[in-house]
Structure formats: structure tokens, C-alpha cells
Design a protein around this ligand. Structure first.
Ligand SMILES: Cc1cc2nc3c(=O)[nH]c(=O)nc-3n(C[C@H](O)[C@H](O)[C@H](O)COP(=O)(O)O)c2cc1C
Length: 171
């Protein structure tokens, strides 16, 4: 199972549109995939972040992290890095549950960098957690021009992701 983690809890985020497109591509390529959107985190997430057995929340970790062998992180660029809620989500996961998994990072940004900084910062954190991070890291810059209300629509960005996921399946 591949879990695609949409790395923000912002409503109507472009990251979720990109995540839905990744899900579609992976399923067309024959993979089992699912989306974990951080908008699903409980309202009191920040008060129960270090309590591993919180009802509802532990099930989310089990479904999206424990049961996945690969992780796709869709990383929006916020203030020159990845969103704080994604770091908090990671902080709430027992490191043993995520170590040894394979991950890839898709950068999303309004600006020209396409998320190169969040990718770099997040790679450091994942390596600390002993997650294997794929070197191919697509960068979707000027994201507002590449999406409609639901999905990524730009043909060349979609082709780039198709090629990326074929290579990721060999990683
Ligand atoms: C709090 C916040 C900070 C942001 N900081 C940056 C930034 O530093 N560089 C940039 O290119 N875009 C920045 N953006 C724009 C996002 O890259 C843009 O909203 C993009 O669509 C990805 O975020 P989304 O998934 O929330 O839509 C920021 C957006 C928010 C909400």
C-alpha cells in the first residue's frame, strides 16, 4: 500500500489536488494507493499529539502509516519550508513505525522554487528517522496555473509525475 500524505490542513489546498492526481496516476499504474489528508486530523490534535493511544487518531496512524510500505509526501511551501502541521504529524508518530519505509517528495509552491526548500528540509528529517528518500523530487512551481478546482491539469506536470512514479516503483 502506498499512502499519499497531503502535507497541509489548509482547506481547498492545491496540495490535495496534486495528491488526488498522484492517487489517480498510481492506480492507473496498478498500485494500491490511498490519500491521508491532514484536514482529517482531529480538532484537538495539538493537545493529544504525544498520546499514542488516542481513540480515532491512533487508527489514522495505523491505516495511513503502519499499513503502508511506501509514502508519497506532497509538500507545499509555507514560509520557505514545509507546513508546521506536517512536522507535528510526524512528531506524533512512533519512529519505529516509519523507519525503513521508502518515501518520495513532491514539491508544490506558488513561487518559482517549486518546493525545493521544503523538499530539502523534509529530506533531512526523514533521513533522521531512517526513511529511505527517493532522489527524484518533482517540483511544481506556479501551482495556481497548473490546477483546476479538483485536480492537477497541466499535461507536462502530469507526464512528469507519471514518469516519476514508474521510477519510484523500481526504487
Ligand atoms: C502560510 C503560507 C505560507 C506560504 N509561503 C510560501 C512561500 O514561502 N513560498 C511560496 O512559493 N509560496 C508560499 N505559499 C503559497 C503556497 O505555496 C501555495 O498556497 C500553494 O498552493 C501550496 O499550498 P496549498 O497546498 O496550501 O495550496 C504560502 C502559503 C501559505 C498558506
Amino acid at each position: 500500500m502506498i499512502t499519499i500524505i497531503s502535507g497541509t490542513n489548509r482547506k481547498n489546498s492545491n496540495s490535495l489536488k496534486v495528491s488526488k492526481t498522484c492517487d489517480k496516476i498510481l492506480q492507473e499504474q496498478g498500485a494500491d494507493s490511498q490519500i491521508c489528508c491532514l484536514t482529517e486530523l482531529p480538532d484537538n490534535f495539538f493537545s493529544l499529539i504525544y498520546e499514542k493511544d488516542s481513540p480515532g487518531y491512533s487508527q489514522m496512524i495505523d491505516t495511513y502509516i503502519t499499513k503502508a510500505d511506501r509514502l508519497v509526501f506532497v509538500l507545499p511551501e509555507y514560509q520557505g519550508s514545509y507546513p508546521g502541521v506536517l512536522k507535528a504529524f510526524l512528531d506524533s508518530i512512533d519512529p519505529k513505525l516509519i523507519a525503513e519505509k521508502k518515501a518520495c517528495l513532491i514539491g508544490v509552491a506558488s513561487g518559482r522554487g517549486g518546493g525545493i526548500r521544503p523538499q530539502s528540509h523534509f529530506t533531512d528529517v526523514l533521513h533522521h528517522l531512517k526513511v529511505e528518500v527517493f532522489s527524484s523530487q518533482p517540483k511544481l512551481s506556479g501551482i495556481d496555473r497548473l490546477v483546476d478546482d479538483v485536480f492537477l491539469q497541466d499535461p507536462s506536470a502530469i507526464d512528469q509525475l507519471k514518469t516519476h512514479f514508474l521510477k519510484f516503483s523500481q526504487f
